[in-house]
Design a protein around this ligand. Sequence first.
Ligand SMILES: Nc1ncnc2c1ncn2[C@@H]1O[C@H](COP(=O)(O)OP(=O)(O)O)[C@@H](O)[C@H]1O
Ligand SMILES: [Mg+2]
Length: 272
Amino acid sequence: MRSDAGRSPAAPQASPAEAALAVVDVCKSFGHVQALTDVSLSAYPGQVLALFGDNGAGKSTLMKIMCGALQPDTGTIRVGDYEAPGLSIQRAQSLGIQAVYQDLSLAPHLMVLENMFLGHELYRSRWPGFLHVLDRRRMAMETVEALERISIRLPSVHVPVMKLSGGQRQAVAVARAVRWARRAVLMDEPTAALGRVQSDLVVDTIRATARANLAVVVVSHDIPRMLEVADQVAVMRHGRIVAHGSAADFTLARIVGLMVGEESRTAPRDER
Ligand SMILES: Nc1ncnc2c1ncn2[C@@H]1O[C@H](COP(=O)(O)OP(=O)(O)O)[C@@H](O)[C@H]1O
Ligand SMILES: [Mg+2]
């Protein structure tokens, strides 16, 4: 049994007005499966919010609602002054929210710089009637800058993405999200299927993303590694947030206890 009666634990410190992105009392079901029940969660600029939960807890559903890939059945989403019952992907992007998907949605045969500007290509002439020429020099320069912004160094931005390691690819996907995000970057399992060294690279990019004053929401099974970078922690179980607070108040044992429903034995109180 959960100890906090389930409804919308309040955001721990800052007021909702300061959140970069907030969901309030969100419910979502798929047929008979209640994927999310009364979920309220806020992400703050410059902070990493780590979201933990067992398989099927509702983490990906929540992330998809926050990036506009799914609409909630009930509840509200707030992004800055914008408040609505849901977002489209286009709306989320125009509000400055970018997601890094598990399949990365990079085009493997295209170069790093082409991937960085996929759908945002820069042209040297925008005059109607003239030939539009891709401004590759500027795109290359801006790609290097975008990578540097999150401390990534690649041998070249002119190599096809498929020549990169898994960690480098993940870093490029994050760099692209950071390049186009103005408020929040959402990452669902960014270290899944990566080795230790490559995961370290991704963790560094998460840290650097928050330093760029973006809100970062990250879902991961790698609890110890995420605790190294998280400012806030939220734990989900059976579609509900069962605990939410400052990362300093969470240990691996407490998080695992909350995930499997033993929180009353591992922590004195979840609500503050
Ligand atoms: N498109 C879908 N259709 C039907 N059920 C879904 C769909 N997406 C998720 N679910 C169900 O919703 C619940 C939460 O899933 P999900 O958000 O993917 O959990 P998590 O990411 O925490 O593993 C699970 O029971 C899952 O089977
Ligand atoms: Mg998932």
